[in-house]
Design a protein around this ligand. Structure first.
Ligand code: ADP
Length: 381
């Protein structure tokens, strides 16, 4: 029956033998081309994997290594062959898979150290039609970057230390002269010396921030916590800004809650946090504005608030406020002085002391920064 039909078709001229043959040849040619393309693709991928400079490993869904380039073989000692057991519970594979979750098709990152070297490890699940087909891990050697970073931090630390001594000397000399310890001054001379003193104070504050950053980044923030009297410390910091507050005709109110318990913190770092926040409130509030500083106890914490009626922080930029070097567009336009380091330092120090820091702000209306430290429990008598 089939035979007759086919012949019948041929006879009607729809598929001559020559056409069928050509069609078959075409199909074979297409298959050959597809195979060549696949081979070229495979070779290209292999060359990319071997020359990428980072180590690459792919794992089966059960965590057994399927492919590893030379760098990976060197890191894991697989020169004689890939292991045939699952590595799912072994670092760095376990750490990455735990971190990413089994079914995520997003890159996730962790770090891994072995053989005296440090690696950035990026992992990802291979999902095909929503089903897990395996995992890929790429390890990049970042030992040198880390070392350079360490050297940079050390350079900043040493330079800042060296700069601190002459700046303090300048400070005391200017102070002495302003108090006419070296003879009477004209009003103009006083004005010039005051300007010199302001610039010197800015340099001192910048050096303090740089020093703290190098300590934070080197993990060398040595805290010496003691019980701190909040009103004394806050008053002490405020005194440094009274001159500027008067000059800018800012109204200042302070509210210290009587119930505020002491905190156990490093007074030097606490001073720095408060100083950075008060300095911003003064700097970013226009003449005639108001600054309010309050300290209260709340649910086992002591909370400071430093609020102002100043320029505020643009809403669209608020999620970047604590990043290093962040400066709001609105303040860059108006207030040229600033480094964008103060809040980064304040946040790092607060967190190092076991506290937290946050803010609310409306552009054009004002800003309130808050920071909280665990309060000292009522002492047993
Ligand atoms: P700097 O003041 O040196 O620029 P900071 O890290 O202390 O650096 O502050 C970062 C940025 O956050 C500031 O440049 C400013 O845009 C914004 N900012 C901080 N505090 C205030 C504030 N009280 N009012 C308005 N903007 C503020």
């Amino acid at each position: 029956m089939k035979e007759t039909e086919t012949r019948g078709k041929r006879e009607t001229g729809t598929a001559k033998p020559a056409d069928t043959q050509r069609a078959l040849l075409n199909v074979l040619e297409d298959l050959g081309a597809a195979r060549d393309k696949e081979r070229a693709e495979f070779t290209r991928t292999k060359v990319v994997i071997e020359t990428m400079g980072s180590a690459l490993v792919t794992l089966s869904p059960l965590g057994v290594p399927e492919l590893a380039n030379i760098e990976a073989k060197n890191i894991f000692g697989w020169q004689k062959g890939l292991p045939t057991r699952s590595l799912i519970a072994q670092d760095p594979f376990g750490a990455v898979i735990d971190l990413c979750g089994m079914n995520s098709d997003k890159n996730c990152e962790t770090s891994y150290a072995a053989g005296g070297r440090q690696y950035k490890t990026v992992g990802r699940s291979i999902l095909i039609d929503g089903r897990i087909n395996g995992y890929v891990l790429v390890l990049t050697d970042i030992t040198r970057e880390k070392e350079l970073d360490r050297l940079k931090t050390e350079f900043v630390s040493v330079t800042s230390h060296q700069l601190r001594t002459p700046l303090s000397a300048i400070k005391w000399i200017i102070e002495l002269m302003l108090h006419e310890g070296a003879g009477p001054l004209t009003a103009e001379q006083k004005e010039f010396l005051t300007q010199a003193s302001d610039s010197n104070e800015r340099m001192i504050a910048l050096i303090a921030d740089l020093l703290n950053i190098s300590r934070i980044e080197a993990g060398r923030l040595a805290l010496s916590p003691v019980e701190v009297d909040l009103s004394v410390l806050t008053g002490h910091v405020l005194r440094e800004f009274l001159e500027k507050i008067k000059e800018k005709k800012l109204a200042l109110s302070t509210r210290f809650s009587k119930e505020a318990r002491p905190v156990v913190a490093d007074p030097k770092y606490l001073h720095q946090v408060l100083s950075n926040l008060i300095s911003n409130a003064v700097k970013y509030t226009r003449p005639g504005g108001r600054i309010t500083i309050a300290v209260r106890s709340e649910k086992g914490e002591v909370v400071w608030s430093i609020s102002d009626t100043g320029m505020g922080i643009p809403r669209a930029q608020q999620d970047r406020v604590f990043q290093k070097f962040f400066r709001g567009d609105n303040v860059i336009r108006e207030e040229t002085e600033g480094t964008g380091l103060g809040l980064y330092v304040a946040k790092s120090l607060t967190e190092a002391m076991g506290g937290r820091i946050w803010f609310t702000s409306t552009e054009g209306k004002g800003t309130a920064f808050f920071f909280a430290l665990p309060s000292k429990m009522a002492s047993k008598k």
